[in-house]
Write a protein of this length. Structure first.
Length: 211
């Protein structure tokens, strides 16, 4: 794939990831109103799209796509509007963590063995969503403590912990399954790898071949 076409393809896919994350988060979520507060939490697969984007495009573009889509979803919902800045930061970080593990450490796009690709895509998804499981409730608590006060921050902490855990488990399964299903089809269509082969990846293969 020529460099100019590859860049246009990546930009288009980043837009697609943003649109998908918005649609999945906004229209396929199960919203749960937290009693005694104006807040809500939800069970959704928006994070799965963010991770999928990072596996396909790399952490930066995948994270940006997922972050934009879900942030727009927050901004258009009166219940979530105050959470929009938090959403953008956390979803971007999900993509960055997933991308670092998948492409900088595991060289996922260069994997020729489907079992190895599955292993690294699963591990990267677990790392990205594991990060979110820890930092989303903590970040949310601190953010609401400042914006809405201690009573609401404390009332929303446990529901956020539960839904974040459920979302993480479901998103790991879905993102890994979809990525490994798409990978052979993209290869057959000549559209893989999407992530540029880096200098480090070339060195990795050089060492592997020399061994």
């Amino acid at each position: 794939m020529k460099q100019k076409n590859a860049m246009a393809y990546k930009v288009a896919l980043t837009g697609l990831i943003a649109a998908l994350s918005y649609v999945v988060f906004t229209f396929l979520q199960i919203k749960i109103i937290i009693p005694g507060t104006p807040e809500a939490t939800s069970i959704h697969l928006g994070n799965a799209i963010c991770v999928l984007g990072a596996l396909l495009l790399g952490g930066a573009l995948g994270g940006i796509g997922g972050a934009i889509g879900m942030t727009v979803g927050d901004l258009l919902d009166p219940i979530y509007i105050l959470s929009a800045p938090k959403t953008f930061i956390l979803k971007l970080c999900i993509g960055l963590v997933t991308g670092i593990v998948a492409h900088r450490i595991g060289h996922l796009s260069a994997c020729k063995d489907s079992k190895t690709a599955f292993k690294w895509s699963l591990f990267a998804a677990i790392c990205g969503l594991g990060f979110n499981m820890i930092f989303d409730p903590v970040f949310s608590y601190c953010y609401k403590l400042i914006i809405l006060g201690k009573p609401i921050a404390e009332l929303t902490l446990l529901p956020n912990l539960i839904t974040t855990t459920v979302n993480a488990i479901a998103s790991v399964i879905v993102s890994t399954a979809v990525y490994n299903a798409l990978r052979p089809a993209l290869k057959k269509a000549g559209l893989f790898p999407i992530v540029e082969t880096s200098v480090n990846t070339n060195r990795f293969h050089a060492k592997k071949n020399a061994a």
